[in-house]
Design a protein around this ligand. Structure first.
Ligand SMILES: Nc1nc2c(ncn2[C@@H]2O[C@H](COP(=O)(O)OP(=O)(O)OP(=O)(O)O)[C@@H](O)[C@H]2O)c(=O)[nH]1
Ligand SMILES: [Mg+2]
Length: 236
């Protein structure tokens, strides 16, 4: 089904995959296929926090007050350019309701980044962030959770009755690898684009960090080896 936004939506429920074709042209209309790197981005969080609304706001710039609960998963593609590099963000929107757990978890594998979402007017959705992170790491089979690019979204920041304390969420982020935090509103578009782009930046940042750490480790190893060779040398 071709959406009226100009992008194609794919929904996946269990083994049943409906709707085909994916392609989203960049803002300037240029076809970027073949030139951009595909990034799988998974959106997680309690049912009703606004994950589908955030994806739709980011990809098609629209907001629907009458949003339905997601069943299983859906994904949309969007091409972006970050620091001169082109990416196709493949955004996987999952069902937050507990009864759909077995339909969403098979789709975590291969994720490049994960957006953990709560709603600022729903304290339980904030308390469940640790559960979501744990579920993601387990089913995505990720060993080094501290160096995986998570970005935290506090959605519905347009509402009056905020119940999640800024200091509580900041502390949670600090304890969880200093994950970047964005207070967003899918309704009025506050910080939505920034938050999605932050996922790409976070990924780049952590990839650079791991690469540097690896290079340093190799350097240390080589030195160690050189020293050992000298000590154990039979020809000195
Ligand atoms: N005020 C306000 N309402 C929002 C915002 N984002 C989403 N909503 C509303 O919150 C409700 C739930 O939004 P969804 O996007 O369907 O939530 P979801 O996280 O996808 O829910 P599941 O699919 O069940 O996991 C809908 O009525 C939306 O219109 C927001 O930023 N501000
Ligand atoms: Mg949804």
């Amino acid at each position: 089904m071709r959406g009226d936004s100009g992008c194609d939506r794919v929904g996946v429920m269990g083994n049943l995959q409906f709707i085909g074709l994916l392609n989203w042209s960049s803002e300037n209309g240029e076809d970027m296929s073949g030139k951009s790197k595909l990034l799988k981005v998974v959106l997680l969080g309690d049912g009703g926090v606004g994950k589908s609304s955030l994806m739709n706001r980011f990809v098609s710039g629209k907001f629907d007050v009458q949003s339905f609960h997601t069943i299983g998963v859906e994904f949309l593609n969007k091409d972006v350019s970050v620091d001169g590099d082109n990416y196709t963000m493949q955004i996987w929107d999952t069902a937050g309701q507990e009864r759909f757990k077995s339909l969403r978890t098979p789709f975590y594998r291969g994720a490049d980044c994960c957006l953990l979402t709560y709603a600022v007017d729903d304290i339980q959705s904030f308390k469940n962030l640790s559960m979501w992170k744990k579920e993601f790491l387990y089913f995505a089979d990720i060993q080094d959770g501290m160096n995986f690019p998570f970005v935290i979204l506090g959605n519905k920041c347009d509402v009056q009755n905020k119940v999640v304390n800024d200091s509580d969420i900041q502390e949670w982020c600090r304890l969880n690898g200093n994950a970047p935090l964005f207070l967003t509103s899918a309704k009025d578009a506050t910080n939505v684009e920034k938050a999605f782009i932050a996922a790409v930046l976070r990924l780049k940042e952590l990839e650079d960090f791991i690469e540097t750490r690896q290079t340093n480790a190799d350097t240390v190893d080589l030195k160690k080896k050189a020293k050992m060779t000298n000590n154990n040398s039979c020809c000195n």
